[in-house]
Ligand binder design. Sequence first.
Ligand code: ZN
Length: 280
Amino acid sequence: MMKQQAFEIIERGYTLCENSGVGILYCDAFSRIPDIEHGFSTRLGGVSPAPYDAMNLSLTRDDSKENVLRNYRIFFEETGINVETAVLVNHEHGSNVICVDKADCGRGLFRESLPFCDGIITDDPAVTLVTLHADCGCVYLFDPVNRAIGLAHAGWKGTFKRIAQRMVERMKEEFSSDPANIIASLGPCICKNCFEVDERIGNDFIAEFSCESIKMSGRKGKAFVDIEAALVIQLIDAGIDRKNISSMGLCTYERSDILYSYRRDKGLTGAMIGYLKLRR
Ligand SMILES: [Zn+2]
């Protein structure tokens, strides 16, 4: 089979739930798993003013810390998860993955940040993994046999450095996870029709992932790159079964009604979070 077909996602689907004005996205395939709680925030709800309206969850924007912390409390109130259990990724667009436990709760939000990392993993149900996004991909992993989870921020640079594959490898090291058992889901991400980069980057992606269709021609000297396909290919390369990979199938750039997009909003925008937690 050609690789172009090998990475096609079998199941796409999301559900948007709105309660008290707060909108939370769930991946349909992951919603069927009773052992975990997961979700992805939207712009809906929250107290931040324009252009961060309204549920901005990034502490690095020019929005007040007071607003952002208030948003975290509002958001987690709706999830039913204690916000104090959150551990935030400290992304640098690399491929470092850190294993965390309850001793890390609150890091990056209420106390010191983690060392730089784009992926975080745990087998501790006392921890809620949190990653930040405003176009960059979100990778959720769950090992039902060893009851372990991983969550990654996957921008194009981290995707190129195989952050998702690296996270699978770290779960093998830390929890003896067998990739054949791992279930993966992808959150919202800027899609292949909206993500234009220098043509050179497109060519690098073709070479790295051995896939011609990962790049599509754009304007002169430019190309469109399929981040989601690059993530699926590396998850398969890591040993995950294709039928265990699903996606919400949402484009951040196109959905200005519910999602922030750094590129669309030219940097003047908020950020969403992905979260993932083991149930006790
Ligand atoms: Zn798009």
